[in-house]
Design a protein around this ligand. Structure first.
Ligand SMILES: Nc1nc2c(ncn2[C@@H]2O[C@H](COP(=O)(O)OP(=O)(O)OP(=O)(O)O)[C@@H](O)[C@H]2O)c(=O)[nH]1
Ligand SMILES: [Mg+2]
Length: 361
């Protein structure tokens, strides 16, 4: 299925039904009194996070979502029927913003998290509510309230603990295949991966983390070279980046140090906070280097790069070094606090009780 991570939709909650003014009229019952019922509530529109969905493609095609109006009240004390709500299913990681102001309406971070997007209008009151000792035959009634209408911008930023960053062909997809059950395509040409892939890395039966593989990035991505850098947004919610470097490039002239620096520069251009995220180096394809030269080559590279942080020497193809990598990541994630939570999402004119966290995972 095509991967779409942005969409603009319009939601229209239903209008409440009108109340009605009516009087009981029956043979032998003079002055039967008011019996006009209330209007029904208009349908509301909710969003619910569903971990079985991983793209916003549905919202590229269906942009308008309109709930029905409540029915009007009727005579003989009959209340109008309330309209059904509409529930829009979205991937976990969808950020919902007001399309005009850009304000965050909701951030769907848990499976089954349900939030109110647009509230249906309340039904109007029938004249039976206006009966009093001084007014026994009221003709007043009220109209139903309008439903909320909003334009919303949906933005999917996948939720993962660790993100893979690297030039095309560095072996990112091979790595996620080696350590998780994710099965992205792997091939010996650049830009094989065209959409993010998530994999659950299980280090023990009850210890796991989520890894995200994104399309490769090249120098000039900020200016649109290659696939550009728009996929970097899928790394913004990770806690740790793994910079995967191909230590045995096809072209032997490749300046690995220049490439590694260029990639980090793209990161900086994209977003300062992404640039400042903890980042470890993963030196891949070391099975291609003769064993006696492997350490020396890797050390030379690290020295030239002036690398001070953690690094791993692995082969995603043979799996060598991958277990140490995943255990170290798990340890790191367990011992480092989560980043500051994003600002509390605000719902347009809705009370908090409208937003239920049905079933956090
Ligand atoms: N020898 C060897 N080959 C590897 C290793 N890791 C990946 N490869 C090969 O390198 C090629 C590219 O691997 P991918 O995993 O598709 O690379 P990628 O970084 O996901 O590439 P893009 O999706 O294009 O960004 C494939 O032919 C892999 O088989 C490794 O550790 N050793
Ligand atoms: Mg790939």
């Amino acid at each position: 299925m095509k991967f779409i991570d942005e969409a603009i939709i319009q939601v229209f909650a239903g209008k409440g039904g009108d109340g009605v003014a009516s009087f009981r009229r029956e043979k032998y019952i003079p002055r039967g009194g008011p019996n006009g019922g209330d209007g029904g509530r208009g349908g509301s529109i909710y969003a619910i996070a569903d971990r079985n969905i991983n793209t916003l493609i549905d919202y590229r095609y269906a942009r308008m979502h309109r709930a029905k109006n409540g029915q009007n009240g009727q005579g003989s004390d009959r209340y109008g029927k309330s309209a059904d709500d509409i529930v829009l299913r979205m991937p976990v990681g969808t950020l919902i913003k007001d399309g005009i102001t850009g304000e965050i309406v909701a951030d769907l971070v848990h499976d089954q998290q349900k939030v109110l997007l647009a509230k249906g209008g309340n039904g109007g009151l029938g004249n039976l509510h206006f009966k009093s000792s001084t007014n026994r035959a009221p003709r007043q009634f009220t109209y139903g309230e309008p439903g909320q209408e909003l334009e919303l911008k949906l933005e999917l930023k996948v939720l993962a603990d660790v993100g893979l960053l690297g030039m095309p062909n560095a072996g990112k997809s091979t790595l996620i295949r080696a350590v998780s059950a994710a099965r992205p395509k792997v091939a010996d040409y650049p830009f094989t991966t065209l959409q993010p892939n998530l994999g659950v890395v299980r280090v023990d039966y009850n210890r796991s983390f989520v890894m995200a593989d994104i399309p490769g990035l090249i120098e000039g991505a900020a200016e649109g070279v290659g696939l550009g850098h728009r996929f970097l947004k899928h790394l913004t919610r990770t806690r740790l980046l793994l910079h995967v470097v191909d230590m045995s490039p096809l072209n032997e002239e490749t300046d690995l140090v220049h490439e590694a620096r260029a990639l980090v520069e793209e990161l900086r251009k994209y977003d300062q906070s992404l640039y400042q995220k903890p980042r470890w180096l993963v030196l891949n394809k070391t099975d291609m280097i003769p064993a006696e030269r492997r350490d020396q080559l890797c050390q030379e590279f690290l020295q030239k790069l002036d690398w001070q942080d953690k690094y791993f020497i692995i082969s995603a193809l043979t799996g060598e070094g991958c277990q140490l990598l995943t255990y170290t990541i798990m340890d790191y994630l367990e011992h480092h606090l989560l980043p500051e939570p994003e600002p509390e999402p605000k719902n347009p004119g809705n009370s908090d009780s409208d937003n239920e966290l049905l079933n956090s995972c």
